[in-house]
Design a protein around this ligand. Structure first.
Ligand code: FES
Length: 267
C-alpha cells in the first residue's frame, strides 16, 4: 500500500506566513465535502460549537493549511482600516511576462521590491509590505505606474491586461454582503444606490437574514419567512416580533464603512 507523505511546515515558515499575510484573525475554511446541489466545494466561517463565535486564526491552523491538511482563505483587507499587507499584480494574457518584468523594474526604481511568480501565460508580481497600507492607494499607485509605462490595464476599456489585488468587492444595487466586524455578523445592502446595514441574525431564531430574498427595502428570512426593513431594522412580518439591529454606514473614497456598535439616529 502506498503511503502518502506530507511535507512538514517548520515553525519559522508558519510564523513568516502569519507575519506576511494575516491581516485579521477571521478566516474561512473550505468544506470537506462538495455542496449537495452545486457539487462544488464552498468556504464557510468556522465557529465555536459552544459559543457560536467565529473561530480565530491560530498558528496551528496556518500550519495545517500549509501542510495541505485543510484549505483556508484569509481576508486580504482589514475592514477596520481598509489596509492590506500585500499587493499581487496579476497578468494573464499572451506575452504578459515582459510587461511584468518591466513593471518590476520600474517599481524597483521607486524603491519597491517585488517578487515574480510565473504562471501558465504570464505571472504575478508580489509586493510584501513592511507595514499595512491602504489597499485603494496601492491599487491606484500600480495602475498609474502601469498606464505611464503604456501597459494594458484590465477593465479600463480592455478585456485583457494587468489586474491588481486585493480589490474591494463592489456592492451593486440589489446586492448584499455579510462581514464580521467586532464579533458581529453585519449585512450591508445596496438598495437603489443607498447603503444600509443590519445585524445578520434573525430575531426569531437566529437565522441568516441576509441570505433571504430582498424586495425593495424588505428582506425575508430564509428560515421561516419573517420580514424586516433593511432601512430601519423594523420587523414587518412574523414569526419574528422584534426588530433587528441596524448600523451606521458611510461611503468614503468608494469604500463602504460600517460602524459597529453605533445605531443610526431614529427617524
Ligand atoms: S429564524 Fe428567521 S424567521 Fe425564523
Amino acid at each position: 500500500m502506498m503511503r502518502r507523505h506530507r511535507l512538514k511546515a517548520p515553525a519559522g515558515v508558519v510564523a513568516d506566513y502569519f507575519r506576511l499575510f494575516v491581516n485579521r484573525r477571521a478566516y474561512t475554511l473550505q468544506s470537506d465535502r462538495p455542496h449537495p446541489e452545486s457539487g462544488r466545494h464552498y468556504y464557510f466561517r468556522p465557529t465555536d460549537k459552544k459559543t457560536g463565535q467565529g473561530l480565530s486564526l491560530t498558528l496551528d491552523t496556518i500550519r495545517r493549511h500549509i501542510e495541505g491538511e485543510i484549505t483556508i482563505a484569509l481576508y486580504a483587507i482589514n475592514p477596520e482600516n481598509q489596509r492590506c499587507k500585500w499587493v499581487a499584480i496579476d497578468a494573464d494574457y499572451k506575452n504578459a511576462l515582459p510587461d511584468l518584468i518591466k513593471l518590476g523594474y520600474y517599481l524597483k526604481q521607486d524603491g519597491v521590491e517585488s517578487a515574480l511568480e510565473k504562471s501558465h501565460r504570464g505571472g504575478h508580481l508580489w509586493v510584501l509590505m513592511a507595514e499595512p497600507l491602504p489597499a485603494r492607494d496601492c491599487r491606484i499607485y500600480v495602475y498609474d505606474l502601469a498606464s505611464r509605462l503604456g501597459l494594458p490595464v484590465k477593465g479600463a476599456g480592455l478585456p485583457e491586461g494587468i489586474e491588481v489585488f486585493p480589490k474591494h468587492d463592489e456592492l451593486k444595487p440589489g446586492d448584499r454582503k455579510v462581514a464580521e466586524i467586532e464579533g458581529l455578523f453585519i449585512a450591508v445592502f445596496n438598495v437603489g444606490g443607498q447603503f444600509y446595514a443590519i445585524e445578520d441574525v434573525c430575531t426569531h431564531d437566529d437565522g441568516p437574514v441576509a441570505e433571504g430574498d430582498l424586495d425593495g427595502y424588505e428582506i425575508e428570512c430564509p428560515r421561516h419567512g419573517a420580514r424586516f426593513s433593511v432601512k430601519t431594522g423594523e420587523v414587518l412580518a412574523p414569526p419574528a416580533y422584534e426588530d433587528v439591529a441596524t448600523f451606521e454606514v458611510r461611503v468614503e473614497g468608494g469604500v463602504v464603512q460600517v460602524r459597529a456598535g453605533a445605531r443610526p439616529p431614529e427617524g
